[in-house]
Design a binder for this molecule. Structure first.
Ligand code: FMN
Length: 439
């Protein structure tokens, strides 16, 4: 462990209109659903002005073509493809880390390693990769795939994907292109290139990456997942984990479990930042914040609730979650179980479950005054439920403006959040080691 003071990490993950189910229907929401680069740029610049570590883009690739009763009723919909959007944002920001989500089921490591090294150079060392392996039958069809891929297999494929990507980034010395010898006509020294021969279970690649090694060595490696396999993957590979927990005890158990798995991979615990999602509605007083939140909650549509493969629209939304042979499916097992446990433990009606859990997708919700919100953040940080948070504003842009204007200065006043960027690269700002090239 380094002796540097532990520092709160803040990421922001914006979703057009906001993360709350009803955000797009909020009274402050006026835009239509067309892509709007200016909106994203404003969000990234706001985060950078507030000294956030990360501008985080989660991404669920693909779209079902099925027309159902729900089709067209959700505002959580289309957004820019991460690499192209982050390339644009890289040119109008200087310090903030730029994390793109890339799914390892629908791409080849050569393409992805190439794009990340490109983004890393474009942004002067600010690229990060959120490695996800979710597999939806709908997305598979978008790619003409009809095979099933089991949860374990997907994580194994993701691990090999990352391994090959690292080998590609390592196919050049850091300084391979730094010393062109014009007099001798030698642009680079061939001894600084290291062609690979990779023949794995899922991928093969021979040769060299066609771009210099990333400024950061590798982009910062992020992982999003809660399952046991996901935790092992994070402990072995990830430098940041995006996860979800609604209560401090659940977060602490996750934090302890994942960090305790790192030693066997020869990794120090401070080389993985655990950043669960955090949804905040903040105002001058607790009551004002509750009123704001109430406005959002009153707009939630509970007419077509699906759960564990069942359409619950035939059940009374104010009655209990019925006893059905629910199945979690391959994706999001952890979140499914969290919902089922919560509903049973607290005897929640279908409506209450939606309003408690789904509106923030199982993330921590802090609704209240600056003190209330900052107390929660500080407690989770100090008591090791989190190294920081992925802030998922419930409605936008106002929800994030309120966070940066009211909460950030309070965290700075309490001495748990920095007032300036300290490093040059995203890695340096997170206190992460730079990976040496492996031969
Ligand atoms: C907090 C969180 C965020 C996630 N974000 C994404 C995402 O942006 N894109 C995606 O395709 N999958 C995402 N996933 C899905 C996971 O990466 C993984 O593929 C899925 O199996 C759920 O992880 P788990 O099985 O380890 O719980 C996310 C999962 C969690 C828990």
């Amino acid at each position: 462990m380094t002796s540097k003071k532990r520092q709160l990490v803040l990421n922001v993950f914006l979703q057009r209109f906001g993360h709350h189910l009803a955000a797009w229907r909020h009274s402050s929401s006026k835009d239509n659903g067309r892509p709007n680069l200016d909106w994203w740029v404003r969000g990234a610049q706001l985060a950078e002005a507030a000294k956030f570590h990360t501008f985080f883009l989660a991404d669920f690739i693909g779209r079902s073509g099925e027309i159902t009763a729900d089709t067209g009723r959700s505002g959580i919909s289309y957004q820019f493809e991460p690499f192209t959007l982050l390339s644009a944002i890289a040119t109008v920001t200087k310090n903030i880390g730029l994390v793109a989500t890339v799914n390892t089921n629908y791409d080849h490591p050569y393409h992805v390693a190439r794009k990340f090294t490109s983004l890393d150079h474009l942004s002067n060392g600010r690229a990060g990769w959120n490695i996800v392996s979710s597999y939806s039958p709908h997305t598979a069809l978008n790619f003409g795939l009809d095979e099933q891929r089991a949860h374990e297999d997907r994580y194994a494929r993701a691990a090999e994907f990352v391994e090959l990507s690292k080998r590609l980034w390592d196919s050049w010395d850091d300084d391979a292109f730094d010393h062109p010898d014009r007099a001798a006509g030698q642009f680079y020294d061939p001894a600084k290139s290291h062609p690979l021969q990779f023949n794995g279970e899922h991928f093969a690649s021979d040769g060299l990456l066609d771009f210099p090694r990333p400024i950061q060595g590798y982009p910062v490696l992020v992982q999003a997942g809660n399952s046991d396999t996901g935790r092992e993957f994070a402990a072995r590979i990830a430098e940041m984990s995006y996860c979800s927990a609604q209560s401090l005890d659940v977060a602490q158990a996750f934090y302890k479990d994942v960090k305790s798995r790192m030693a066997k991979y020869g990794r120090a615990e401070d080389q993985l930042k655990i950043t669960p999602g955090l949804s905040v509605v903040v105002a001058e007083t607790d009551q004002e914040a509750q009123d704001k939140f109430g406005e959002l909650q009153s707009l939630v549509d509970v007419s077509n609730v699906h759960f564990g493969g069942f359409d619950l629209s035939g059940y009374d939304v104010d009655g209990p979650l019925p006893d059905l042979p629910y199945q979690s499916g391959e994706n999001g097992r952890g979140r499914f179980q969290q919902q089922l446990d919560l509903a049973r433990r607290e005897n929640l009606s279908i409506r209450q479950l939606v309003l408690r859990f789904r509106v923030a997708r199982g993330h921590l919700q802090a609704v209240g005054s600056v003190k209330t919100v900052a107390d929660t953040i500080e407690q989770w940080f100090v008591e090791r439920g989190a190294d920081g948070f992925n802030v998922v504003p419930p409605y936008l842009p106002q929800g994030f403006e309120d966070f940066t204007r009211l909460v950030v200065p309070e965290l700075q006043r309490r001495g748990i959040f920095r007032t300036e960027y300290e490093g040059e690269t995203f890695r340096e700002n997170l206190g992460l080691d730079r990976p040496e090239r492996k031969s």
